[in-house]
Structures are given as structure tokens and as C-alpha cells.
Design a protein around this ligand. Structure first.
Ligand SMILES: [Zn+2]
Ligand SMILES: [Zn+2]
Length: 443
């Protein structure tokens, strides 16, 4: 029998403040509803207890600076670890799909982390995906982010990775946090087209969402041929959500899940605590379990005006054309410390809205026809002025890129106060602070 796994981690003792939209009640009502409706007792449902991720898993994917020990990560490590409980169950064939109903969320947390942004410090899906690749030999993963906010952190983690397809469909960044996720963001020099952004006008509902899925997202996913599909299942597209302006219903979310058929759904945002979350969570869960979700009806009716029909189809066709016609224009740069090869230079500024500061980042990506290419990031926290470097040797790195990574690490161990070497090829992580290696296994 096809089993559906479920794990709850409501993080009762973690909050950004009692009146903050991202608070523990987000999962309390859902949990009650799912138990009351007897869904947990369905024969195909298997409930798991939460787990804890370790810093090694985190740092193979995200560089938490200046050291992870300087951050309060307890709740975040359980949100990641609980999601990973389901990915492990999936790999052990105990379940065929699952839903991690965890908080805090994670999709705004990127490749380098100096604090909390968009309520996220660690990226649950990204860490889980790289764990599947390092521990279970999974090669290609598609992540479909259906949260109303652009999944900018997930995009950032995999921007230079040709083996992870990141698709985010969200409310237009000109009208909503984090202000990114436009069609020109399509991946780095070795991973161009592995990032897809579909920014929607405010007011789109089930009809528009399902149309975009059928005509753009799902064809792109089947072309990519992933081994695994992950859904970042944010629920703030609901017509009652207080932070956004979209028009989806709980049943619409059930249908979205039905169409994506994710191996794992991981909860992201969704802030309409009583009016939407229990219903959406239930619809998603019933869809995963192969049950009828057509009777899941929320107490309120949509009041926002909806953009659908021909207007939406014309809008989406224009967006798709803009996306398809874009060509990258890379800037090459030489620096004395860069090993042989062509290095593409990018700059980035990251705003940490929760903690209210900015990070500036310079990136160098080794252009390579044989692998994802070694990446160097030099980053600075503009509140504390601390600097740090990240060197990443990618999964399936070629010999030249691997050596380039060691050469860069040798240089930056001395040149910067803090250096993280993410060696995804050899499944190793080394963090140096002032030339001394920092253990990731003591707190
Ligand atoms: Zn969101
Ligand atoms: Zn290479």
C-alpha cells in the first residue's frame, strides 16, 4: 500500500514575538483538525516523531557565519531534522510521499547566513535535498515553491547547481517581500535555465495557478527528469492571507498538490491561522494520501477580485516569452588569488528584514563544461562589518574544479578571518576561524 508520512513540529517555544504572524498557533489548529477528522488513523498514513539535524548537514549546504554557534538554532535544527525524517523514510521505501508540517519556515534562507530573514534562518528543503544527494546518491532534484513569496533563499543555495531545478511561482516582487524573483533570474553560468521564476499579478486564484502549472511548470519538470520532486508548500496564496493578495482556496491547494505529485511537501509560510491553514494543510494532506479533498471547504468566501480567464492567459504567455527570450550576459573577472580558468563575477546584496541589516556578497564562479563549477563567495555583514569566505566544491566536481577549491581554501584560510570549505564532492565540511579549525560537533 502507498504510504503517506507525516511529521509535526509546531516549535512551541520558538517565536519572533507574540503578535508576530509567524507563531506557534500556525500549526496548533491544523494539528487539532487533522486529529479530529481522524485523518491520522487512515491505514495509509504513517506518523513520525520529530528529529534533529546536525551542523554538518547544515554547513554542507549553507554557510552560517561567523560560526553556527553564534546563532540560536535549536528550533531551526528540529524543523530541518523533522523534514529529514521523512526524506529518510522515503529513501528507505517506508513511504511513497510525505508532508513535513514544521516551523520555523526556511525558503528565504540562502547560501550564506548572517541572521534571520523572512522568518527563516535555516533552509529546510535545501539541507534535506543535499543530504539526499550526499547520503543516497540522488542526482537530480526539482523543487517547486508554491509559497506566495519568492523562494529566494532556495534559489540562492542552488543558483550555480545544474542538477537542482528551482521553480518558484509567487506574487510579483514589486508588490511583496522579498522583492525578487523576476524572469531574468535563471541561474548562474553553469546552471543557466535551472532557475525558473513565475511572478504573478496580485489577485490570481486557483484557475490561474493551475493553468501555470499545467502549461509551464509541469512541462519544464518532465523535461528535467528529476529523481525526486520537493514542494515548498507555502499557503499564503489563500484568499484570506493577511500578508499577501492572492485568491487561492484550500481545494485549489489540494489540486495543486495532486498535479505536482511531490515526493515530499514541506510547509513554508501561510498566516491566516484559523481561516485557512487547517483547511489547506488538510487538503494537501488528503491529496498526498490519495483521498478525496473536494469536501474541504473553508468558512469564508473570497472577497478579493480575481484575475483569470483570457486576461491571465495573455499575461502568462507574455511572461513565458520574456523568460524564453532572455540571454545571460556574464562579467568575467581575474583576481590574483583565482586559480586558472574563466571566472564569472556577480554581486549581491541581501537584506535581513527580521534583524534589520544588510549583507554584501561578491561571487566568483569557475566556468566549467564538466561540472557545476567551484564557487567562491566573499561576504560581509554590514552591521558588524565581519567578513567571511565560502568555497564550495560542487557535487560531481571535475578534477580541475576540485583542485581550484583546495587552492582557494588555502588562500582564504589566511586572507579572511573566517572560511568555510563546503566539499560536496567528498562530503566534507571545514570551518576555520582565524586560521584555526572550528569543530561543528560541539556546542
Ligand atoms: Zn510566504
Ligand atoms: Zn569543473
Amino acid at each position: 500500500m502507498k504510504k503517506t508520512g507525516i511529521v509535526f513540529f509546531p516549535a512551541f517555544d520558538w517565536s519572533l514575538g507574540e503578535s508576530h504572524p509567524e507563531r506557534e498557533e500556525r500549526l496548533l489548529y491544523t494539528q487539532e483538525q487533522i486529529f479530529e477528522e481522524g485523518i491520522i488513523d487512515l491505514p495509509q498514513v504513517k506518523q513520525y516523531s520529530p528529529g534533529v539535524a546536525n551542523l554538518f548537514d547544515v554547513m554542507l549546504t549553507q554557510a552560517v557565519f561567523p560560526t553556527p554557534h553564534r546563532h540560536k538554532l535549536d528550533a531551526h535544527l528540529i524543523a530541518v531534522g523533522s523534514s529529514m525524517i521523512l526524506s529518510k523514510a522515503l529513501m528507505n521505501k517506508e513511504i511513497s510521499n510525505g508532508f513535513a508540517m514544521v516551523r520555523p519556515p526556511g525558503h528565504h534562507s540562502g547560501a550564506t547566513v548572517w541572521g534571520n530573514r523572512g522568518f527563516c534562518t535555516l533552509n529546510n528543503e535545501a539541507i534535506l535535498v543535499n543530504n539526499l544527494r550526499s547520503q543516497y546518491g540522488i542526482k537530480k532534484v526539482a523543487i517547486i515553491d508554491t509559497d506566495v513569496h519568492h523562494g529566494d533563499g532556495t534559489q540562492d543555495v542552488f543558483y550555480h547547481d545544474p542538477n537542482v531545478l528551482c521553480i518558484s511561482i509567487h506574487q510579483d516582487g514589486r508588490t511583496l517581500f522579498p522583492g525578487t524573483g523576476f524572469t531574468d533570474e535563471q541561474g548562474g553560468p553553469n546552471a543557466w535555465k535551472s532557475t525558473v521564476n513565475i511572478p504573478l499579478l496580485p489577485g490570481v486564484g486557483d484557475e490561474g495557478f493551475l493553468y501555470a502549472l499545467e502549461n509551464w511548470i509541469l512541462p519544464r519538470v518532465s523535461e528535467f527528469k528529476p529523481d525526486i520532486i520537493i514542494n515548498s508548500a507555502g499557503q499564503d496564496n489563500h484568499f484570506t492571507d493577511p500578508l499577501a493578495s492572492m485568491n487561492c482556496t484550500a481545494r485549489g491547494y489540494g489540486k495543486i498538490t495532486d498535479m505536482i505529485k511531490p515526493n515530499l511537501a514541506v510547509l513554508e509560510g501561510g498566516y491566516s491561522i484559523q481561516g485557512a491553514l487547517p483547511y489547506i494543510n488538510m487538503a494537501i494532506f488528503l491529496a498526498l494520501a490519495g483521498e478525496d479533498y473536494s469536501g474541504v471547504i473553508e468558512p469564508h468566501k473570497p472577497t478579493r477580485s480575481e484575475i483569470g480567464g483570457e486576461t491571465f492567459r495573455t499575461f502568462l504567455a507574455g511572461l513565458k516569452q520574456q523568460h524564453d527570450n532572455l540571454r545571460p550576459n556574464w562579467t568575467l573577472r581575474q583576481e590574483p588569488y583565482l586559480p586558472a580558468g574563466e571566472w564569472v563575477y556577480l554581486e549581491k546584496s541581501v537584506f535581513y528584514d527580521t534583524d534589520w541589516f544588510k549583507e554584501n556578497r561578491r561571487e566568483y564562479i569557475r566556468k566549467c563544461d564538466h561540472c557545476g563549477g567551484t564557487v567562491l563567495m566573499i561576504t560581509q555583514n554590514l552591521m558588524t562589518f565581519e567578513k567571511a569566505a565560502l568555497v564550495r566544491i560542487p557535487f560531481q566536481a571535475c578534477d580541475t574544479c576540485e583542485q581550484a577549491g583546495y587552492d582557494l581554501a588555502e588562500h582564504f584560510k589566511k586572507a579572511e578571518k573566517t572560511l568555510l570549505l563546503q566539499n560536496q564532492l567528498r562530503n566534507q565540511v571545514h570551518l576555520w576561524s582565524q586560521g584555526e579549525e572550528v569543530s561543528l560537533f560541539e556546542s
